[in-house]
Ligand binder design. Sequence first.
Ligand SMILES: NC(=O)c1ccc[n+]([C@@H]2O[C@H](COP(=O)([O-])OP(=O)(O)OC[C@H]3O[C@@H](n4cnc5c(N)ncnc54)[C@H](OP(=O)(O)O)[C@@H]3O)[C@@H](O)[C@H]2O)c1
Length: 253
Amino acid sequence: MSSIVGPTIGPNPILAAMPSPDANPGATDPVAIIGASGALGFGVAIRLARAGVPIAIGSRDPDRAQEAAQRALSVVPDGSFTGYANDEAARAAQVVILSVPFRSHSETLTNLKETLEAGQLLIDATVPLAAAVSGKATRMLGVWQGSAAQQAAEMAPEGVRVVSALHTISAASLTDLEHPLEQDVLLCGDRRADKTEAARLIERIDGLRCVDCGPLEMARITESLTALLIGVNSRYKVHAGVRLAGLPDPDWE
Ligand SMILES: NC(=O)c1ccc[n+]([C@@H]2O[C@H](COP(=O)([O-])OP(=O)(O)OC[C@H]3O[C@@H](n4cnc5c(N)ncnc54)[C@H](OP(=O)(O)O)[C@@H]3O)[C@@H](O)[C@H]2O)c1
């Protein structure tokens, strides 16, 4: 697979820059990650890229996105990374992962309003931790809509499909490529087909198993597990995640 750190100027160069599955039969559709210059987004980016998924890294600052793309490439030399401003990155892929601090969640979605389109899948990993307003990372903020994912569903343009995921995987575990994950990813979403699409993507990462946790309103609970895990992990000095016992491997067919 080719390694790309693309230009950020000119008329929408992204789709031309991203390798298309047609051009390379071994390739797959690109995924955009908004906030991939940060901890969780970067970890997801390198894990997915290692599984063969081309990644469009989005940042508020295109230079920072390109720097993150170079950094990712140094970790996964076989990977395909482009670095772009958030809106350009979101235009580059059918699947967009949103991984930003909750304090900038609504602003980021507002800025993407003209960019996101009906049919795109938005996987929201954002957690409304109280840390977003200088509170404790082991406490949650109340969100009027119920959860960050429900706020995303309300703010995204009509027809954008929102799935909530990835809240219980620590950035540290993802970024350490030697670290075996063996964890569950708790998915919430209002349509099974959307969760299936998200699961098929996420399960490309070795060791991750996706579990259908019900409709998007359940994200209020799955998002709050991050606060629980932050407390546990700090107490035990580990990067533990979640694994549900007694569950047959979910069938995402
Ligand atoms: N870290 C974890 O282990 C983990 C695990 C599960 C869930 N989460 C959740 O995932 C989301 C991202 O977490 P993270 O640890 O990756 O966060 P982070 O490193 O602090 O931020 C991620 C990216 O968000 C962008 N961003 C946009 N607005 C921002 C603002 N006002 N202040 C700071 N950054 C801003 C930044 O990218 P640009 O500056 O390039 O735009 C930044 O690199 C959070 O909602 C978090 O609760 C994190």
